[in-house]
Design a protein around this ligand. Structure first.
Ligand SMILES: *Cc1c(COP(=O)(O)O)cnc(C)c1O
Length: 389
């Protein structure tokens, strides 16, 4: 059977590995060479040039095959960060004079990129509520080229009507682009639901160990090729040694993410039951506005959740100070549980009024659940809530 037809767990281990193995090496060797001996006859142009910035060393090629296999994509590109993936993907599709439709609540870096940097290049953006397909047509203009969404939004874990976004793009000849970082390929594979292009911050679940920054673009071959041309010139490539670290981290992703799904599910329910908690945002809860959609679209509800304390901002600060296991830090998707107040981190740039409009309370706490024992985590959250209330 072709590796592409195997289950995700098997692909994580075996897809993209060199065949035959290099010197019999079971682990993918690291090729710490910026450049490679010329192998062409002078007629092959750039295709015969192998150079680390062109993302075509053996470590890049192995990762591209593994990443593409995970989401059944035609092709993949690994990038120097999640933002390098997002900028290469968008600049591969959009030209001066074009417009982008985007989901209203975006990752902070992406929001800045599309509202400020793309604007400087003459590319406009129209924001929509991606949960309400009846509003999409009003945002469509003759110059609209693409539609950009995220699988689960930060920090409220909203899940838009993703099949409707993909269908609208097909009908309107737009390129559909989705940031699948929060779900990971374990819980959602957007190409199976009609998306053209997927971006990831591999810094998060794909690597899973909080020890590198990387990104990826996956999808239709011609769109990945366009992103690659942008990255080759803008220069946001990933070094081969970091490729090798990411390659190693990815192998345990299915185990990690399924453990995180289970732990977050249990923690979300424990939080709901605690008197000091005013509300919990987690797609696995029946109270979540898109719970029914999450049940049909996702293979797991994920390791991210957020919640508000009844005592507001002061209680949230006391809670964070009383925790003993989680680390108060931004970022997510690693083996260690991280907690943060979005108002002081990911959403500090937008100001209190704008946060309020989006429903992000000053005391909201976001949690990236790690792989510590679930019972230890729940016990620690409960003692910290008791002390904060
Ligand atoms: C972290 C993150 C990014 C940016 O990724 P970097 O690797 O930090 O550049 C983009 N989108 C989402 C949803 C993220 O969580």
């Amino acid at each position: 059977m072709n590796i592409k037809d195997r289950k995700l767990d098997t692909k994580l281990i075996h897809a993209g590995e060199p065949n035959p193995r290099v010197q019999g090496s079971v682990a993918m060797p690291v090729f710490l060479s910026s450049t490679f001996e010329y192998s062409g006859d002078g007629t092959a142009g750039y295709d015969a040039v192998r150079y680390a910035r062109l993302s075509n060393t053996p470590n890049h090629v192995a990762l591209h095959e593994k990443l593409a296999a995970l989401e059944n994509a035609e092709a993949a590109l690994v990038t120097g960060s999640g933002m390098a993936a997002i900028s290469a993907a968008l600049l591969g599709v959009l030209r001066a004079g074009d417009r982008l439709i985007a989901q209203r609540c975006l990752y902070g870096g992406t929001h800045g990129l599309v509202t400020r940097d793309l604007a400087e290049l003459g590319i406009g953006v129209d924001f929509v509520d991606a949960s309400d397909p009846s509003t999409f047509a009003a945002a469509l203009r003759p110059t609209t080229r693409a539609f950009y969404v995220e699988t689960l939004t930060n920090p409220l874990l909203e899940l838009a009507d993703l099949p409707a976004v993909a269908a609208f793009c097909r009908a309107s000849k737009l390129v559909s682009i989705i940031d699948n970082t929060f779900a990971s390929p374990v819980n959602f594979r957007p190409i199976e639901h009609g998306f053209d292009l997927v971006v990831h911050s591999c810094t998060k679940y794909l690597n899973g160990h909080s020890d590198l920054v990387a990104g990826a673009v996956l999808g239709k071959a011609e769109l990945v090729a366009a992103a690659t041309r942008k990255q080759n010139h803008f220069g946001g490539c990933l070094n081969p040694d970091t490729c090798a670290l990411l390659h190693r981290g990815m192998k345990t992703m299915a185990l990690r993410v399924r453990a995180q799904n289970q732990s977050a599910f249990a923690l979300a329910h424990a939080l709901v039951a605690h008197h000091a908690v005013a509300g919990v945002n987690y797609p696995g809860l029946e109270s979540h506005p898109a719970h029914a959609r999450a049940r049909t679209l996702l293979d797991g509800f994920g390791g991210m959740l957020s919640f508000e304390l009844a005592g507001g901002l002061d209680a949230a600060e006391r809670f964070l100070a009383a925790l003993t296991i989680p680390i108060v830090a931004p970022s997510l998707g690693g083996v260690e549980t991280l907690v943060i107040r979005p108002a002081t981190s990911s959403h500090v740039g937008m100001g209190e009024a704008e946060r309020k409009k989006l429903g992000i309370a000053e005391g909201l706490v976001r949690v990236s659940v790690g792989i510590e024992a679930t019972s230890d985590l729940i016990e620690d959250f409960e003692q910290a809530l008791d002390r904060a209330s």
